[in-house]
Design a protein around this ligand. Structure first.
Ligand SMILES: *[C@@H]1O[C@H](CO)[C@@H](O)[C@H](O)[C@H]1NC(C)=O
Ligand SMILES: *[C@@H]1O[C@H](CO)[C@@H](O)[C@H](O)[C@H]1NC(C)=O
Ligand SMILES: *[C@@H]1O[C@H](CO)[C@@H](O)[C@H](O)[C@H]1NC(C)=O
Ligand SMILES: *[C@@H]1O[C@H](CO)[C@@H](O)[C@H](O)[C@H]1NC(C)=O
Length: 455
């Protein structure tokens, strides 16, 4: 019965699309308010000074290092992580962390540790252990295969997660898929700024909530507007203070001067992270960096060029409409020139996939300011659908513009299964379906090795 209903909904989606644009899904999500999970659901692990909020990310440019981060609530000790290859448990290595704390209004953080484990073997399972004496905790991760053009690799894609019951559903759905090896996170982590004085305890709760995934898989971080935590009215004028103390990224390895923009190589993908909330005009550090970065990408080594940026450049929701426009104007010509495969964004709390379009001809006087189909252009994906407390953005512009291929206001996540240098299978999963069900899917063709139109 349920299956039959799903089939009918799926069918109606495909016959009901308006003629100008693509498909506006008519799936109607069961409406329930987005409520944060109570703080009490995520107590610190029991003990005096037990490590918590454990998370890992890539620690260098190539994937042979891992940054392990954790918080000890009462004492700085111990700031050491031990690790060993799964098949060599007699060879334990120690890495020292740098340890930091910060205050935010009346909040005082625990001791935040970041340790970069270096010179790991590719494609190897490692265990690691943080803590001291009988208060230790053990986790594991697997390093990526050495980079190469036909190395298969699967990324999960999550944005705007927050910490509601819907956020939990999104994360559980992602984790129930055994294929995901690393997460491309599109910004807006904890939404602590939803609370009075940006109650930073909500950053701690978020760290505990996502630990079930972040301790075992690298999450590649992008900063969103909810990471700004800009509160000059109560004495907190430094943007990104909490985020930058808690989440470290390997920005120096890509010659960046800021953790807010950087790049990594992983298997067959080259991932460039940009910051919507840092200057990007001509001559700014981010502009200069991206200008030098794009020509460095060797598509014979890493065929898949993927950009992460919080605020979308092509999106047809009324919510946050055109907020990414000035950055699009600055950078889109470069992305088309270098044949970027896809641009992943969050920010808008719904799901949308674009056609391959560009809008780079306008020169003030020529009037050429309409997006046109362009085989050199990326696909733009908006995945601000993680499930945070602000709820869904369910008001789309009408009629659906021609650049929009598929849109739906539901919570969910996506996966990108890179198969080889020519093909990657992309799927979007709404929370109200089971993980194996793909509410939107596409075989993506690489722009360098197989620049054919997608079906
Ligand atoms: C999160 O989801 C999992 C799986 O459905 C469930 O077991 C757990 O209780 C949920 N957590 C909260 C706080 O609701
Ligand atoms: C690009 O990568 C390929 C494959 O690893 C390598 O043979 C080639 O030398 C690289 N090109 C440059 C310019 O580094
Ligand atoms: C803008 O484009 C028009 C039409 O192609 C051309 O005549 C004009 O010279 C261009 N202006 C500039 C400043 O490039
Ligand atoms: C790449 O993967 C696709 C999808 O699995 C497959 O159809 C294609 O034959 C593969 N190409 C090569 C060269 O193996």
């Amino acid at each position: 019965m349920a299956a039959a209903i799903w089939f009918l909904i799926a069918l109606s989606v495909y016959i009901a699309g308006p003629c100008n644009g693509g498909v506006t899904s008519y799936y109607v999500r069961k409406s329930s308010p987005s409520v944060d999970m109570p703080i009490e659901h995520f107590p610190p692990p029991s003990g005096h000074n037990v490590p918590e909020q454990v998370h890992i990310t890539q620690g260098d440019h190539d994937g042979r290092s891992v940054i392990v981060s954790w918080v000890t609530p009462r004492k700085a000790h111990s700031h050491v992580v031990k690790h060993w290859a799964a098949d060599k448990c007699n060879h334990k290595h120690k890495t020292h962390a740098s340890t930091t704390t910060y205050t935010y209004h009346k909040y005082k953080s625990g001791f935040i540790h970041h340790a970069t484990i270096k010179r790991l073997e590719y494609d190897t399972k490692y265990f690691y252990e943080v803590g001291h004496g009988h208060e230790t905790r053990q986790f594991f991760f697997t390093t990526p295969p050495k980079e190469g053009p036909d190395v298969p690799y699967t990324f999960g894609i999550i944005g705007d997660l927050g910490q509601t019951y819907d956020s939990n559903s999104t994360l559980e759905h992602y984790m129930s898929n055994p294929k995901g090896q690393a997460v491309l996170f599109l910004g807006d982590l904890s939404y602590a700024d939803h609370y009075a004085y940006h109650d930073n305890r909500r950053w701690d709760v978020w760290g505990r909530f996502v630990e079930k995934s972040t301790a075992y898989q690298p999450w590649i971080w992008t900063a969103g507007n909810h990471e700004l935590d800009y509160g000059p009215e109560f004495g907190e004028p430094v943007p990104f203070k909490s985020y930058m103390h808690r989440y470290h990224v390997p920005y120096k390895a890509s010659k960046s001067t800021s953790p807010l923009w950087y790049s990594i190589k992983r298997a067959s993908a080259y991932v460039i992270v940009l910051s919507s909330y840092s200057a990007y005009g001509t001559y700014t550090p981010q502009y200069n960096w991206l200008q030098e970065e794009l020509p460095k990408v060797n598509r014979s080594e890493t065929p898949w060029l993927i950009i992460l940026v919080h605020s979308p450049w092509y999106n047809s929701n009324n919510y946050h409409f055109k907020e990414g426009e000035s950055m699009r104007v600055m950078f889109e010509p470069w992305l088309v020139h270098y044949k970027v495969d896809m641009v992943l964004s969050g920010h808008v709390h719904s799901y949308e996939r674009s056609e391959r379009v560009s809008n780079v001809k306008y020169n003030i006087t020529d009037g050429l300011c309409t997006p046109v189909k362009d085989p050199s252009a990326p696909i733009y994906l908006t995945l601000g659908d993680g499930g945070n407390i602000e709820g869904l953005a369910n008001s789309f512009t009408e009629p659906q513009p021609s650049y929009s291929a598929f849109r739906e206001a539901s919570f969910g996540h996506a996966t990108l299964e890179i198969k080889n240098r020519t093909h990657a299978y992309y799927t979007w999963h709404r929370n109200h379906d089971n993980e194996p069900v793909a509410a939107d899917s596409l075989w993506i063709h690489n722009r360098i090795w197989y620049p054919e139109e997608e079906d």
